[in-house]
Design a protein around this ligand. Sequence first.
Ligand SMILES: [Zn+2]
Length: 233
Amino acid sequence: MERLIVLAACWLTLTPCFAFTLNNNVAASFEQDQVKVNVASHTCNNLGITNDELLSLAEEAGALYWNRVHTSRLEVVRGSVVSVDGVFQTGEICTNFPSSPCDINAAMAVSSDILISCNTASNNYSNSPSVLGVTLPNNVTGQTIRGALILVNDAADNSFKDLGRGEKIAVLAHEIGHAVGLGHSNFDRNLMYYQSVATRETLGPDDVDGTTLWRLWFHWPHSRPRLSQPLRR
Ligand SMILES: [Zn+2]
């Protein structure tokens, strides 16, 4: 696979992570309106939740955050638990850690939509338990994302297992934001702020603008905004 320009990001609880961006030059989004979120079927070692529970959290992440943007046709929907190669559980998403930009591990390229996989390779998380996940649109053609991978830190000392349910949903929503092509916001009122906020319940203006304009820019008119519907803000 060619050396793609891609984006990845992390989501932290305790310490700032200033733009953990493997490469911030990506300019792509999914072309289709409806993007499924699937979950890898292998058992998570240390997250303390089942695959079905992880899938339900992801479904709620779409429903509570991204699907409420009335100016975007993006709809994040529940996929299914899918069987994948063992590399998704133990492999490194880039083949050249700790160097950057990322050389995509072609064995972990996602064929379509979004795949969430718990993964134990600490290099994916800068060897830090406070890095909860990493996301990479790792199947990109031109300005179109074909598939994106969300790895959730399943190392023994991961912090994800200690979060409340609402914060887990917010974390997954943040990672889904990266999976559909968004980067970080510098302002903490936005879900795409680089750091976790325990009381997160809604999207912020940067999140709404990002998912609306990002898709509008690259995939007009297919992903045109819902101009016929009332705006919420
Ligand atoms: Zn992030």
